[in-house]
Design a binder for this molecule. Structure first.
Ligand code: ZN
Length: 656
């Protein structure tokens, strides 16, 4: 562990204590071996005048919901120090009273709720207080003789506190333990199976003491041969259909669509090969606050994913019954899985959730591997974990307001995604909560979408190998496939049958018909494992109302429509809906350059503006309009409809 403190970075903020606090908090947050995903907290005590001009001692402590890596000044809640110190004197304090009293003692009622450790920060008599869940310290303490080893590393330089529930109980315990303590005799506090505190009147010294103490724990692991080193790249063979099946059974257990990300690198594969995997993975998490993200333990997948997940949920329900008083049960499905000979799978409703679980599971695996080399992984008891999992103040971190978006947890694949209707579909589905695989021949697809929940894939849909790869990439990144928008197309130049070049004809059929057939073929095995799976085929008004000079296009689209109708018949028994949308005159797409638009309008003897609305309703139809209809057709409104063809053309007398 190395200090990231840079003297030139603090030159300008030397005199601003809160700015210094922001700076070293971010330094801690930058190091994932110190804090993970909102973990840890920091504070600074500052003398300042309140609104009446009276001088007050204020504790600026990390606000709930802020992450140390990205925290800024507004992320610190200003609480009157005196009030917090007096709260530590109570014998008992309920969570509700603690939160209420802390809020009442805040200088700014609009600031976030103070960290659950605010009282503890207040009673530590130094200006700066830093708290992390450093992997190395927790790994050492999460062993059978963890306390002895912590003493071996630090001697009397740290106060060792056996595990108790964070919040008031922990603050109270330390308050009692330190009543007659000479604070200058210790450099930090190690909370067994939880983390470490350091403190100093100087920001730099508090931070650097943290780094030094953690470094000592890391060196200890090294000396004992307990560091888990893994080769950089590992390839394992993923059976994508089994992965999609696992994602399906986990979603069913959660009663909600979940995403699933399968990973093998960084030691995940090695961990999955452990002889005592089931037993060691079943002992518990790295630190208790991870439980709200990862559940207490992962599910271990063997040969029967449905059976393994069912067993996991049964055991979770048993665990709930055993420790619950009047809590409401959370969904019993796992948040991560260990898949022997493959690696891990992390689950979540959003891609961000999946990434959080992925991050935590990796650090957990490393800590377990270290602890196993150091006498054995010894996590907190089930009961302690339960208390944390069902602690209101922890669950509050996950609470979301409002309705869940329609496609939350859904996996959508769109072809022709770099422009026009395809691009609009990617944006609409994403805005409604889905993750999306965006396929396009145009390499620009790689740079259009700056969103981790959109997977851009450069893909020639007329090449079977490209399609296969794209579908597998989608499944390995997101865990399955629920919606396919079969949209890629080309609009050939106008040629009458008598003059039709074979090349024009064949290209249209290859792109506008054959590639869709191949895409269907590749995706059906995954759609059959999807959640409310559906296929939307982008047809054309030319199917019901063809025009001269467009046979190459219209015949391909008519064939495509017939393909979709047969697919609706064939796939109904698998629960897969297949519907067709027939757009017309969507001018904000790649095909319709200004030039083409002007020429076509002229051919009909109209102005461009009139040409754009040459339909019964006299409306302009945009790519976004079509994408919105497609999203509706892929959603619950169309749950009982298959084989339908819906026009979106502003009304056309030839179609009607
Ligand atoms: Zn903590």
């Amino acid at each position: 562990m190395k200090s990231l403190w840079k003297p030139n970075e603090v030159k300008k903020i030397q005199a601003d204590l809160l700015a210094l606090r922001v700076y070293t908090s971010q330094l801690l947050g930058r190091e994932s071996d110190l804090v993970l995903q909102g973990g840890g907290n920091t504070s600074v005590k500052i003398k300042m005048k309140d609104d009446f001009g009276d001088e007050q001692d204020i504790l600026f402590v990390k606000g709930s919901g802020w992450d140390l890596a990205t925290i800024e000044k507004p992320g610190f809640a200003p609480v009157k120090l005196e009030a917090l110190k007096r709260m530590a004197e109570f014998d008992h304090l309920t969570d509700r009273d603690m939160v209420r009293m802390q809020r009442a003692a805040m200088l700014n009622p609009n600031a976030p709720n103070p960290s659950v450790e605010a009282i503890l920060h207040a009673i530590i008599p130094f200006r700066f207080v830093d708290h992390t869940h450093a992997d190395a310290v927790v790994a050492v303490s999460n062993t059978k003789d963890g306390e002895k080893r912590i003493k071996e590393i630090y001697g009397k330089r740290v106060l060792i506190v056996p595990y108790v529930m964070p919040g008031f109980i922990l603050a109270k315990k330390i308050y009692e333990m330190t009543k007659s303590l000479d604070w200058s005799s210790i450099e930090g506090i190690v909370l067994l199976q939880h983390g470490i505190f350091t403190f100093n009147d100087e920001a730099k010294d508090s931070y650097q003491t943290m780094i030094r103490l953690v470094d000592q724990a890391e060196k200890y692991l090294k000396k004992k041969g307990a560091v888990f080193s893994v080769p950089r790249t590992v390839e394992s063979k993923i059976d994508y259909k089994v992965l999609a099946h696992i994602r399906k059974v986990v979603s069913q257990a959660a009663k909600a669509s979940m995403l699933a990300k399968c990973e093998c690198a960084d030691g995940r594969l090695i961990f999955s090969r452990r002889k005592n995997l089931r037993e060691v993975a079943g002992r518990g998490p790295l630190t208790p606050d991870h439980v709200i993200r990862t559940k207490r333990i992962p599910v271990v997948i063997k040969d029967d994913p449905a059976g393994d997940v069912a067993k996991f949920t049964r055991e979770y329900q048993k665990y709930f019954k055993k420790y619950a008083r009047d809590e409401k049960p959370l969904d019993p499905s796992p948040r991560w899985a260990v898949w022997p000979e493959v690696g891990t799978i992390c689950f979540g409703r959003t891609f961000q959730e999946v990434e959080i679980v992925s991050d935590i599971s990796l650090h957990t695996i490393r800590a377990i591997e270290s602890a196993e080399r150091l006498g054995g992984w010894n996590a907190l008891s089930e009961k302690d974990i339960f208390e944390m999992e069902y602690w209101d103040l922890e669950q509050a971190k996950l609470k979301k307001v409002g309705l869940a978006p329609a496609f939350l947890g859904k996996i959508v694949l769109v072809t022709g995604a770099a422009s026009g209707i395809g691009r609009a579909c990617v944006e609409i589905f994403r805005s409604q909560g889905a993750v999306v695989s965006a396929l396009d021949l145009n390499p620009s697809v790689k740079t259009i979408f700056a969103d981790k929940a959109i997977l851009p894939i450069c893909c020639d849909v007329t090449k079977i190998s490209d399609l296969q790869k794209a579908v597998e990439l989608t499944v390995s990144r997101f865990g399955g496939l629920d919606v396919v928008v079969s949209n890629a197309g080309t609009f050939p130049s106008s040629e009458h049958i008598a003059q039709m070049r074979m090349e024009t004809w064949e290209k249209s059929l290859t792109v506008n018909l054959n590639s869709h057939q191949q895409l269907l073929k590749e995706t059906i095995p995954y759609l059959s494992l999807g959640i409310d799976p559906s296929v939307i085929v982008v047809g054309s008004k030319n199917v019901p109302a063809p025009g001269p000079g467009a046979s190459a296009y219209s015949v391909a689209k008519a064939g495509l429509t017939q393909l979709a109708r047969i697919a609706a018949l064939e796939l109904a028994p698998l629960g897969i809906r297949v519907n067709v949308v027939h757009p017309n005159a969507v001018f904000d797409t790649g095909i319709w350059t200004k030039d083409v638009l002007a020429k076509r309008a002229k051919a009909y003897g109209m102005s461009v503006d009139d040409y754009k609305i040459s339909n019964l309703l006299k409306v302009v139809i945009s790519a976004k309009d079509v994408a919105e209809l497609i999203a509706v057709m892929a959603g619950t409104v169309f749950l009982k409809t298959t084989g339908a063809q819906i026009p979106i053309d502003g009304g056309n007398d030839r179609v009607i």
